[in-house]
Design a protein around this ligand. Structure first.
Ligand SMILES: *[C@@H]1O[C@H](CO)[C@@H](O)[C@H](O)[C@H]1NC(C)=O
Length: 223
């Protein structure tokens, strides 16, 4: 009961002196103050709008210029002599992989591409493929060849493993490409980035690539 009486008394007492001191100068000051806040609000709004516009332009530019990484696909992978018991003597691997630049405006400068074929995470052969070359936008480069002789090292033991895998239906390999790449946008060129593509492949009883691995996209990453 006591509190309820006290609160209104205090608040009216607090308001009264303030009202008495509102002079003309006070109101002039208030008007001036609200003008400056208005102007600064306007400047703020213009600034934010500009920032927004710049953001949108940057985003659109980034969308149209941002480089897509190269796309590698396995087209062919064949071991012709897989059915032969002493096939390791003249072992060969025939391969065909495509490397595509799917960008509209971005070109690729490739350094030499090193290709390796792995079996159970160990290299069994490989070769240096394309010399340094420039790949235009919307272009596909064919990386194809035949490994054999010095570029394919298959021991009798290893061949025995292939034959054992073959009798179970598939011999699994992985092809790896490594290179470094520079991006070209108009006249600007980026620095070098190390790039690696890994393509799992498997051949069937006939030594030909299994359908599930044909035209499969390789994993491409920067290192
Ligand atoms: C490699 O594969 C591509 C795409 O299937 C084909 O166009 C090209 O002729 C093949 N090249 C070789 C040498 O086999």
């Amino acid at each position: 009961m006591r509190y309820q009486n006290e609160i209104p008394i205090q608040s009216t007492a607090g308001n009264r002196p303030m009202k008495r001191h509102h002079t003309a100068r006070y109101y002039a000051h208030r008007v001036k103050e609200s003008l400056t806040t208005r102007v600064s609000k306007l400047i703020c709004a213009i600034f934010l709008a500009l920032l927004f516009l710049v953001g949108i332009i940057t985003f659109v530019l980034w969308l149209s210029l941002r480089p897509h990484r190269p796309r590698f696909h396995v087209r062919e992978f064949t071991i012709p002599g897989l059915g032969q018991e002493n096939g390791f003597v003249n072992a060969q691997i025939i391969f065909n992989v495509t490397a595509r630049n799917s960008n509209q405006n971005v070109g690729f400068y490739y350094d030499t591409i090193q290709m390796t074929v792995n079996y159970q995470d160990q290299s069994i052969g490989g070769e240096t493929l394309a010399l340094p070359f420039y790949q235009e936008p919307k272009n596909t480069k064919i990386l194809a060849g035949i490994l054999g002789g010095d570029s394919l090292k298959v021991t009798a033991d290893r061949w025995g493993q292939f034959v054992a895998d073959r009798s179970r239906g598939a011999v699994v390999f992985s092809i790896e490409f490594s290179s470094s790449i520079r991006f070209k946008i108009s006249t600007w060129e980026s620095k070098r980035h190390r790039i690696r593509a890994t393509c799992p492949v498997a051949v069937g009883v006939d030594g030909l690539i299994l359908a599930t691995y044909k035209d499969k996209k390789c994993q491409v990453y920067f290192i």
